[in-house]
Write a protein that binds this ligand. Structure first.
Ligand code: PMP
Ligand code: GLN
Length: 414
């Protein structure tokens, strides 16, 4: 194994997807919806697949299928408040994963420092290391003790002084993820302005992973850091059709940002992937074309879906707290973190051999109770894993009947 890959051999996804297929639990582990995507999207794909334009089954433009980049440019020009050039300021990718990979690899040089906010989507750390970079971690911490109510993801903040101390002349990039996976934190304008000011002061780029951009619960608002003064020039924003249209299997993502930075992403993309899947991109373009005229209205999926999801969040918060866990109420995204330690006496925690307790808890639950969650220490650096050992992550982007089943399973067990 090449040295730069060491330590990244085992990802939580490989292990827990395997576990789920072995034990067949009710699966609130890996994040994906268990209900159908919007009908216009699947209809579009069917029509594209069997339609007369057979050339749609051949290679398309490498940096992004023309119809899709045109639709994305229209959408984000409105959202960002500046004219985005579909040819030079957007690249479409194989999921947000490849967007992250091409963006990180295209900008990180040997020894460059990359600031990663914890908890973080786990692939950030290995991707930075593969590129020769040095990850520097800063955890979101509970602001002050919460009494008389449940904690919210908004109670978790970066210490402003600690954040400032992370920046130095070697800092190349900060990776931001809002709404955050797994915590569900939606960064406030004030928090983003502080990050932006530090980026400008230290001439640092911001990679903003906004795959859950539409999944925000009231009264929180998704703010795109690229819209803050002086930030367009230094921000690369990542999105995902999988999250936007609830069809994670399409594995279609994108990055947008200023042309002088996009060329670095184009270079990695052209030499590793070259071109994305044509029919998927065509169908996603039709999806965006369907939503563009009704953006912001109640008919728009980007508005109706988070409303539906908010009910699922509330239901999940309730059944987790009813059973005795302490959930952190998420402001966005489709995951919830809960403290399970009040129920520790009900778990044979030492029957599993893993180093971290959350791994032992989640494996024991999968095998003995039939409910799968994800161990949140997977989203922390080694130094900070102890912060998450008493917690579990559940995905609530599920049919109501399956959330009810999860509640039933937990009630029977406790
Ligand atoms: N970033 C975050 C924060 C995610 O949760 C995911 C979900 N897998 C991704 C990126 C990757 O998205 P995709 O499935 O489009 O590759
Ligand atoms: N983003 C999803 C999650 O966090 C899927 C991750 C994956 O499949 N690697 O669960």
């Amino acid at each position: 194994l090449p040295r730069r890959f060491a330590g990244s051999e085992k990802s939580v996804w490989v292990e827990y997807i395997q576990l789920a297929s072995e034990y067949n639990p009710l699966n609130l582990g890996q994040g994906f919806p268990d209900f159908p995507p919007p009908k216009y999207a699947t209809d579009a794909l069917a029509k594209v697949a069997t339609g007369e334009n057979y050339m749609i089954h051949q290679y398309t433009r490498g940096f992004g299928h023309p119809r899709l980049v045109a639709a994305l440019a229209k959408l984000y020009s409105q959202l960002i408040g500046r004219e985005i050039n579909p040819q030079t300021e957007i690249v479409t990718t194989l999921g947000a994963y490849e967007a992250l990979y091409s963006t990180i690899t295209g900008h990180v040089d040997d020894g460059d420092e990359v600031i990663i906010i914890e908890p973080f989507f786990d692939c950030y750390e290995p991707m930075v290391k593969y590129a020769g970079g040095v990850p520097r971690f800063i955890p979101l911490r509970l602001k002050s003790e919460v009494k008389g109510r449940l904690p919210s993801s908004g109670d978790y903040v970066l210490d402003p002084n600690e954040l400032e101390s992370m920046f130095n002349t070697k800092t190349k990039i900060i990776i931001l993820n809002t709404p955050n996976n797994p915590l569900g934190k939606v960064f406030t304008e004030k928090e983003l302005v502080h990050i932006a000011d530090l980026c400008k002061k230290w001439n640092v780029l911001c990679i903003s992973d906004e795959v859950y951009e539409w999944l925000v619960f009231k009264p929180n608002k998704h703010i795109r850091i690229a819209t803050l003064p002086g930030m367009w020039e230094r921000t690369l924003t990542i999105g995902s059709a999988g999250k936007t249209f609830s069809l994670t299997g399409w594995k279609l993502g994108w990055v947008y940002g200023p042309a002088n930075l996009m060329v670095n992403i184009q270079m990695i993309h052209q030499n590793s992937v070259y071109t994305g899947v044509t029919p998927i991109q065509e169908a996603a373009a039709i999806g965006f074309e369907t939503e563009l005229p009704r953006l912001g209205t109640d008919e728009c999926y980007f508005i109706s879906m988070p409303k539906e999801l908010e009910k699922k969040r509330d239901y999940t918060v309730k059944f987790l707290s009813d059973v005795g866990m302490v959930p952190i109420v998420p402001e966005g995204g489709y995951f919830i973190i809960a403290d399970w330690s009040p129920l520790e006496s009900r778990v044979d925690i030492n029957s599993e051999k893993d180093k971290y307790k959350d791994y032992r808890f989640t494996k024991w639950m999968t095998k003995n109770v039939g409910l799968q969650g994800i161990p949140p220490t997977a989203f922390y650096s080694v130094a900070h894993k102890p912060l998450a050992e008493n917690t579990v992550r559940y995905c609530f982007m599920k049919k109501d009947e399956n959330l009810a089943k999860a509640a039933e399973i937990l009630n029977k067990w406790k």
